[in-house]
Structure formats: C-alpha cells, structure tokens
Design a protein around this ligand. Structure first.
Ligand SMILES: [Mn+2]
Length: 339
C-alpha cells in the first residue's frame, strides 16, 4: 500500500490540472490498459479532460476494457505532439523506462518536466519529474485503486473491470509470489463493484487460435531439459511458426505450460523472428531472479518474468542463455526454496 506522502502527491497533481494525457509502455498488457482506463475514468468523473494515447493499438483481448470509454488513441506525431507540449499532466503508467516507449520516447523525454510516473517495476532513477513508484506492489492497477480510494472515490463498474484485469493478469490470476493479502482485498472490493472474474478470464485468455494451439503442440513436443530437469527450454523457429500459420502470434504465455512441469524452476522460450531477431521469454519460481539475467541482455521485466529481444545465431543464443540459467539454479542463490 502506498504511503500518505504518495497519496498527497497524487492529490496535489490531480487538483492542479484539468487536462491529462495518460500513456503506458509498448506492447501494452492487461495491467497497462487496465490501469490507463481505470485512471482515465476516475479523472473524467472529476470533470477533467483526459486523452489516452498509446504507442500502438490495444490488443484484441483487452479491447473490452475500453468499450465504455474513453477510447484509446494510437500515437500520431502530427496529432499528439502539440497536445503533449501543451498545458497537460502526462501520466505514464506501468513503466518508467524510456526505452519501453517506442516511438513516443523522444517526445516524452522532451516533456519529462510534466510527467507523473506511476509504476511497480524496479527502477533505479527515472527522468520524470514526479514519481510514485513501489516495486512491492503486485500491479500498477493496485496502485491506481489505492490512489483513487485515497481521494474518496469508489470505482464504477467499467473502472472496476479495468483495474481487476490489471490486478488479475499481473498476478497470474492471483497465483504469483507477488500476490499478497492486499491483492485479494482489492479484488474483493472490485467484485463488490460488480466485476465478474469469469468474464475477465474469458475475454483475456480464452481466445487462442487453432494456429497458436498447433504451435504450442509442436513447441512442447521439442522441450529440452537441463540441470537435472530444473531448467526447461523450447525453441520456436521461423519455419515452425510458418508451418503452423502462427506468424505475428504472441507465444510468451506458452511458458505457463513449461513452468508447470514438476521440478522445473526456470523456463525459457526462444522465438526466432525476422532478420536474425530472437525473442526470449524467461520465467522462474521463487527467489530465482531471471530479471537480473535479462537485464544483462538489455531486457526488462520482474524477478519471476522477464523478456529479452536480441539478435544473432539462434543456436548460439539458446546455448548461451540456457548455460546462464543452469548457472543460476546451481549457483549460491539457487538453493531450492519454498516458492
Ligand atoms: Mn504491471
């Protein structure tokens, strides 16, 4: 839970502005979109003018969150640079890292003096003027809930649905280590506002295509085990992707199946993209920190879930990162823990 000085900071900034632009990181996930819609609806209800502007369009499985408004706009320099340079408070959610802003990075750095960043990712210094950061929080949506409550407002149904989506997706539907009593208390309040967990799950997760499912089968059939079964990895080549008709389909969630293998503590998914690009999804259990490993390759994320985008020869990258993961599970911090 945030402290009174953070609540006061938020109140001060909200009361001092009538115009807001809300934004988030590229490849927006449930917490990014959920936090944006949640905060935007709160500000709109206060009578403010609010625009939500993202680097790219909302993924199809999260579009239901913006049905009741406000609609999210896709960043267009011609239309939005003037807006961002005008008298607005820019609220950056679920991200503090400039390099996760894509095309919006230069303009946001230019107006960093009027950016309020609200985030739960680890950060060591940010370029933004105002920061409400807490890496103990399980989701940015939980922080938004807390901030809105501190100003005496209760969420309406669309806002509750948005915040619930953020909370549920970032905690893996309340099963990750980050899930503490507070996450369930917030979820309880959101259910009281009318949220249906079954709808949230259906909208977000029950949308797999036959192509994705076929690719999952191919990938799982080729899994590789190292470190006596503690490290599992799969590699998805371009050829497999094309054969299954799954080009452009996100595969990072396939790691869920890998982590579910008994005895596995680190799961790695390598995906070959265009022009020698390789995407690596890293997942771990307990105190094993894959974020540190990912950050050495310029990646980002959290202790138990991180990603890397790199380039080079696929086989070489796989061997190198698998070896690092093996080192992690057998190193000094790798002793088996309860998590
Ligand atoms: Mn988040």
């Amino acid at each position: 839970m945030l402290d009174p000085s953070q609540h006061a900071r938020f109140r001060e900034l909200v009361e001092a502005h009538d115009h807001f632009v809300v934004t988030t990181h590229m490849n927006p996930d449930g917490d990014a979109i959920g936090s944006e819609i949640g905060l935007a609806r709160f500000l709109l209800r206060r009578g403010a003018d609010v625009r939500v502007v993202n680097q790219e369009a909302t993924p199809r499985n999260l579009a239901y969150l913006e049905e009741s408004g406000p609609a999210i706009e896709v960043f267009d320099p011609g239309r939005h640079e003037t807006l961002l340079r005008g008298p607005v408070l820019v609220v950056l959610l679920d991200n503090s890292a400039p390099d996760r802003l894509g095309r919006m990075e230069p303009i946001l750095l230019d107006v960093a003096e009027k950016v309020l960043c609200i985030d739960h990712h680890p950060a060591s210094g940010t370029p933004w003027r105002h920061n409400i950061l807490d890496e103990r929080e399980c989701a940015t949506a939980a922080m938004i809930f807390d901030l809105v409550r501190s100003l005496g407002q209760e969420p309406d149904l669309p806002m509750a649905e948005a915040l619930y989506a953020g909370l549920a997706t970032d905690t893996g539907f309340f099963r990750f280590n980050s899930t503490r009593a507070r996450a369930h208390e917030i979820a309880g309040a959101l259910l009281s506002a009318g949220v249906e967990p079954a709808r949230c799950y259906r909208e977000i997760y029950e949308r797999n295509s036959p192509a994705w499912t076929r690719l999952l089968g191919e990938a799982l059939a080729r899994l590789r085990l190292d470190a006596g079964g503690a490290v599992v990895s799969v590699t998805i080549t371009r050829e497999m992707t094309e054969r299954c008709g799954a080009i452009g389909v996100d595969t990072s969630e396939m790691t869920t199946f890998l982590l579910a293998i008994e005895g596995v503590r680190i799961a790695l998914l390598f995906r070959e993209g265009d022009g020698g690009r390789v995407k690596v999804s890293l997942r771990s259990k307990g105190t094993l920190d894959v974020y540190r490993l990912a950050s050495e390759y310029g990646g980002g994320g959290h202790r138990n879930a991180s990603g890397i985008v790199t380039s080079g020869r696929l086989g070489g990258i796989v061997e190198e990162i698998v070896a690092r993961a093996v080192g992690l599970v057998s190193g000094p911090g790798g002793a088996r823990d309860a998590g």
